[in-house]
Design a protein around this ligand. Sequence first.
Ligand SMILES: [Zn+2]
Length: 182
Amino acid sequence: MATTHGFVALALVTPVATVAPELATPLSIGAVAGGLAPDLDVAFEHRRTLHFPVLGAGPAVFGLAVVALVPSPIAIAIATFFVAAWVHAASDAVGGGSGFDPWTDPIDRAVFDHRRGRWIRPRRWIRYDGAPEDAALGVALAIPAFVVFDGWVRVLVVLGLAFSLGYALVRRRIPAWLDAHG
Ligand SMILES: [Zn+2]
């Protein structure tokens, strides 16, 4: 789920923020924004419009190269954004299908590979978004972020965890609820 992607991104930058605390702000802004942004395509074609599991490596590597040449807070935030968005899209391949009701309408498409022009099949290490293992992974990844960051990142981590746990609790009932109200 989206919050788990946010926690993955924060967990990725946590070691950097530990050794360079002065970079915590651009790292956390880039991680949170890049970790969540791809799922905005739920309003378009989900897991295709804003998900780039293969081509996303390009801007991520380019961003890191810019940081290496001219390090600045804005370059770090942008590079972190592209790395987090790429990791988000690539890691959607190890989750479930792109549909919302895997029980009555399982979809064998995880995320779209724009380079080959075809869908990557879901590995289902995490069976579906909001599965218990999804929430558990989120909790495990959130702990280092909560410890290392402070201020608004800590608040976001707590809010994100509350969302993750609440969503996981009601997840199985949402498709029926949407059917009844949509
Ligand atoms: Zn996604």
